[in-house]
Design a binder for this molecule. Structure first.
Ligand code: IPE
Ligand code: IPE
Ligand code: MG
Length: 247
């Protein structure tokens, strides 16, 4: 009998500490069923649960989910509204369960662009899960990689202007400290669903040496088995970081 994927992952031992996911394909999932796009987003909530539980089971420390990009604000208002309602519903229905599982939720992005109801949902989730020590779950909302870098440049420029920072003292660590992801290790593995081979303005700085895994499954159909398959794929990669092979 073939070993189950979780045992294989554990046997291999090199579990990615940080997994990032571009959750894509909700709209296509819905249109294939003759449903409105928002139905796909709602169905995608189940897949978020799968990813969170799967990450906990596999021993991943940080899970970073791309939920809403800077560019997604340009979608029709009705779709933006549906996504914001989904955020509120997710926070309401999941915050206790997440806290119970030891998940610490942080929402990263330009949260000030969210309306007051969505900001309250963010606060509810972050406050309820503050003590989580099993998994750190980053929900990237109103997030763009370029905007994050621009924001970081502005912050460093202000420090230089205020004479608390010398331009010569700026290095990669200094930049890292003014990103939304400050203090976290870079993603080891980035999964994108729906078969698209694009970064779409996600974690541009942090993915310099991240291993990429493109899955054809549409996000609402994503299960923990798909996560385990991606981790197993990752475990067979050789990460060289620009050096020569040590194998
Ligand atoms: C991903 O699914 C969710 C968000 C970007 C908010 P899409 O809505 O992009 O679904 P497709 O790519 O149109 O199928
Ligand atoms: C990326 O997906 C953003 C999220 C998953 C939140 P998009 O569907 O917005 O990206 P493109 O337009 O296909 O590049
Ligand atoms: Mg898409």
């Amino acid at each position: 009998m073939a070993a189950d994927p979780l045992s294989l992952i554990r046997e291999h031992g090199r579990v990615p500490r940080h997994v990032a996911v571009i959750m894509d394909g909700n709209g296509r999932w819905a249109s294939r069923r003759g449903l409105p796009r928002h139905a796909g987003h709602w169905e995608g909530m189940k897949a978020v649960r799968e990813a969170v539980e799967g990450a906990c089971a596999a021993g991943v420390e940080i899970l970073t989910l791309f939920a809403f990009s800077t560019e997604n604000w340009k979608r029709p208002q009705s779709e933006v509204d549906a996504l914001m309602q989904l955020l509120c519903a997710y926070a309401e229905s999941e915050h206790e369960e997440l806290a119970g599982h030891g998940v610490e939720v942080r929402v990263l992005g330009e949260v000030s662009r969210l309306d007051s109801e969505a900001r309250a949902a963010v606060a509810l989730m972050e406050d309820a899960t503050r003590d989580g020590a099993v998994l750190r779950l980053n929900l990237m909302i109103s997030y763009g990689g370029r905007e994050e870098i621009v924001r970081a440049v502005r912050r460093l420029a202000a420090q230089v202007h205020g004479r608390s920072l010398e331009p010569e003292a700026i290095d990669a660590d200094t930049v890292e400290q003014v990103l939304f992801t400050r203090g976290l290790p870079d993603p080891d593995l980035l999964i994108r669903t729906s078969g698209e081979f694009r970064i779409s303005n996600f974690l541009l700085w942090q993915t310099a040496y991240t291993e990429l895994h493109i899955a054809s499954v549409l996000w609402p159909d994503f299960t923990r088995e798909d996560l385990f398959a991606a981790i197993l794929d990752y475990q067979h990669r050789e990460r060289r970081f620009g050096r020569v092979s040590t194998r």
